[in-house]
Design a protein around this ligand. Structure first.
Ligand SMILES: Nc1ncnc2c1ncn2[C@@H]1O[C@H](COP(=O)(O)OP(=O)(O)OP(=O)(O)O)[C@@H](O)[C@H]1O
Length: 364
């Protein structure tokens, strides 16, 4: 077990014309459970394959603690990898498949049996241990693949590349919590690749968000939700994602459509800026909602547990998440208030500050 350190690591598949992974420096801490979250094609698998040694990065060095493993092939890295689809010896029994990674490393027979039975019990495979793998359905085969990845106690990391794709949705929840249980038990470093925010947020100690070949933010699930450092994180996490509204800073005040919505952080230069605020935090009401931006309701989605009130402020769309039964109808005139403690300012997609209450600056 070790910290896995990427030092200036980047990868290009076309001789440097484009970067599938832009050069980055980043450390995966020993024994943590990470989710690597991002849309299709953002570089997640490339990053995982660099850690496992399936890909040698175009630039940079990979270290396991102080050991430089950049040129070390997969077999020499002590990594367990679980792919999207089952990788099994189909003619072997489930037991032998689970035992294979241990026997291959000459683990004593008794210890093999103990580990196989432990993992089998956790993953609900006890009833099928004697069955040939080929006779299982694809979902069950994938669970065996997962077991093969988790069976070794001593690994530098377990890398899971969208491992639950072929598993039945109802079973996904159970398996995810099993994975957490196994993680608590073994203390493996887990890196779990997914493009599904729910999977990432419910699984990980720390979520690493990747977009367009770079890490845009990493943090605990609540931190990513409450304090996005990049517009992409605001959009990608949350349902619906963060509202982004073009605004202007002038004389220390942030204005939308000519109306004051708050003060700017000290030191922020005047000029265009974008306000980011999640639908959960926008306050909606009448003209007394101050400081507020006038808006018009365009649609109300009744979601059962809550309502989504769609509005336009000038030409900017803003969604507000309210309690179920919100008393709004299309064409109603409303005011929107952006609470200072939950509203951030972005320039070039990156957070540059936050909104401050107007009265604290004596500007109200
Ligand atoms: N073997 C390859 N040759 C050329 N380009 C590749 C290769 N593998 C990946 N790419 C490109 O590199 C970029 C990153 O791909 P990668 O598979 O790492 O992304 P990903 O986030 O894992 O996507 P997905 O979730 O769809 O698997 C994409 O633009 C992809 O088309």
């Amino acid at each position: 077990m070790a910290d896995i350190r990427l030092d200036g690591v980047g990868h290009s598949y076309d001789g440097g014309k484009t970067w599938a992974l832009k050069p980055m420096t980043w450390t995966w801490r020993d024994a943590r459970a990470y989710a690597l979250l991002g849309p299709s094609g953002c570089g997640k698998t490339t990053l995982l394959n660099i850690i496992s040694g399936l890909i040698t990065p175009t630039v940079g060095r990979v270290y396991f603690d102080e050991r430089d493993v950049t040129g070390v092939p997969t077999a020499g890295r002590d990594i367990a990898q679980v792919f999207q689809f089952p990788v099994l010896y189909e003619e072997m029994s489930v037991y032998d498949n689970l035992a294979f990674p241990l026997r291959n490393r000459k683990v004593p027979k008794q210890e093999v049996d103990r580990r196989v039975r432990q993992v089998s019990q956790l993953l609900g495979l006890d009833q099928v241990l004697g069955r040939r793998s080929r006779r299982l359905d694809p979902g069950r085969q994938q669970i065996v693949s997962l077991g093969r990845g988790l069976v070794r106690a001593q690994v530098a990391a377990v890398l899971l590349d969208e491992p639950l794709t072929v598993v039945d949705p109802a079973l996904k929840w159970t398996l995810r919590s099993k994975l957490k249980e196994i993680h608590r038990d073994t203390g493996h470093t887990l890196i779990y690749v997914t493009h599904d925010q729910t999977e990432a947020l419910t699984f990980a100690d720390e979520v690493v968000v990747v977009n367009d070949g770079e890490i845009v933010q990493a943090g605990e699930p609540a931190e990513l939700f409450l304090s996005p450092a990049h517009e992409f994180v605001g959009h990608f996490i949350g349902s619906p994602g963060m509202n982004v509204v073009p605004a202007e800073i002038a004389g220390g005040v942030v204005r939308v459509n000519g109306g004051d919505v708050g003060a700017a952080d000290d030191g922020l230069p005047p000029g265009p800026v974008r306000i980011g605020v999640r639908p959960e935090f926008v306050e909606i009401g009448g003209p007394e909602t101050s400081p507020g931006v006038p808006a018009r309701v365009t649609e109300v989605d009744r979601m059962g547990a809550y309502d989504l009130v769609h509005t336009v402020a000038g030409e900017h769309r803003v969604i507000v998440k309210t309690e179920a039964g919100a008393p709004y109808r299309p064409d109603d005139g409303v005011h929107l208030h952006f609470p200072a403690e939950r509203t951030f300012l972005f320039r070039d997609q990156v957070r540059c500050g936050s909104l401050a209450p107007l009265h604290e600056r004596g500007l109200a």
